[in-house]
Write a protein that binds this ligand. Structure first.
Ligand SMILES: C[S@@+](CC[C@H](N)C(=O)[O-])C[C@H]1O[C@@H](n2cnc3c(N)ncnc32)[C@H](O)[C@@H]1O
Length: 293
């Protein structure tokens, strides 16, 4: 979201627990944003010390998001639910989609108080984007939120985005069940995009770094790397958009992807809901995708 006035370029710190780093503000710092505090920056530096690829990961998630949105708008999606939306840094869903289609609508969902307050201020006069304060683990609350229900027509195909957020949800919260609940709320022809931390194919050195990073994160949140088989199980009711479940930088790249193990830490996929798991029929769209070599 653009900083459209001088008083919107700092976070609403008075409502924040600034003794403690927040996922959202740390991510903002990785992405080069200004909505973060010394505590966030200290935490991010500590993470970078054990996992120097942390910033590359944040960028890979955002780049995947941008390419996904381009695909979704090209395939007729005009309403989006972005869960775990994060600080309004750059390349937010309403900015990207609106640059492609001015009628796109976006509901952001996050549970970080500063993110909520700051996003609300920036979206105050925006008739086509809102933010809801909710925990994604309460899927019924998110889907049933009156603001969301008024804003999004859940009989129409919708893009549901979970970018760089599910790795903060431990197995004890049953992410598979949560995703199934979100999926069931969407009509056929909708899409679910997921990007996630993985250490599945990384060299032992990087795997060790990921382990150190998950330990460092214990101060603020669980952090759980997962493999492609887990994403496949989560998305098994959906038709995966080619190339399927791959490292994020290899998902429909718009330039030749770099061959660096750092990029192997983010796995991503986009799945389309079908009539077999939903009740409303959608229209399949031809896909001329050719992988970049
Ligand atoms: C790493 S940031 C990712 C932000 C954005 N999706 C991106 O890719 O740049 C993760 C975001 O998820 C939010 N988050 C984490 N757990 C959440 C939960 N249980 N419910 C809602 N939001 C959550 C955090 O507050 C944070 O803003």
């Amino acid at each position: 979201m653009p900083n459209d006035s001088a008083d919107t370029d700092q976070p609403d710190l008075h409502i924040a627990d600034i003794e403690r780093a927040s996922l959202s503000r740390v991510n903002d710092w990785y992405l080069g944003g200004s909505f973060n505090t010394p505590v966030d920056r200290d935490f991010a530096e500590r993470v970078l010390h054990v996992l120097p690829a942390a910033r590359t990961m944040a960028v890979d998630h955002r780049d995947f998001l941008r390419r996904c949105l381009t695909y979704l708008v090209a395939h007729g999606i005009r309403q989006f639910i972005d869960i775990g939306s994060g600080m309004p840094t750059l390349g937010n869903v309403h900015e990207v989609t609106r640059s492609l289609s001015p009628d796109a609508k976006v509901v952001y969902v996050d549970n970080d108080p500063v993110t909520i307050a700051h996003s609300r201020r920036l979206l105050d006069n925006d008739p086509r984007a809102i933010i809801i304060d909710a925990d994604l683990r309460q899927a019924d609350r998110v889907i049933g939120a009156p603001e969301l229900q008024q804003f999004i027509d859940l009989t129409e195909p919708t893009g549901l985005l979970m970018i760089a957020v599910l790795h903060f949800v431990p197995d004890s919260d049953d992410p598979a069940r949560l995703i199934a609940r979100y999926r069931a709320a969407l009509p056929a022809g909708s899409y679910i995009a997921i990007s996630h931390l993985t250490d599945e194919t990384t060299p032992p050195r990087l795997r060790e770094q990921v382990r150190a990073c998950t330990s460092a994160h214990h101060d603020i949140s669980p952090l759980v790397p997962r493999d492609r088989a887990t994403l496949a199980a989560w998305l098994h009711e959906l038709d995966l958009v080619p190339p399927g479940i791959v490292t994020a930088h290899r998902w429909r790249p718009d330039r030749t992807p770099l061959d660096s193990p750092e990029h192997d830490l983010t796995v991503a996929a986009l799945g389309r809901t079908t009539a077999r798991s939903q009740t409303t029929a959608g229209t399949p769209v031809a896909d001329p995708y050719q992988p970049v070599r």
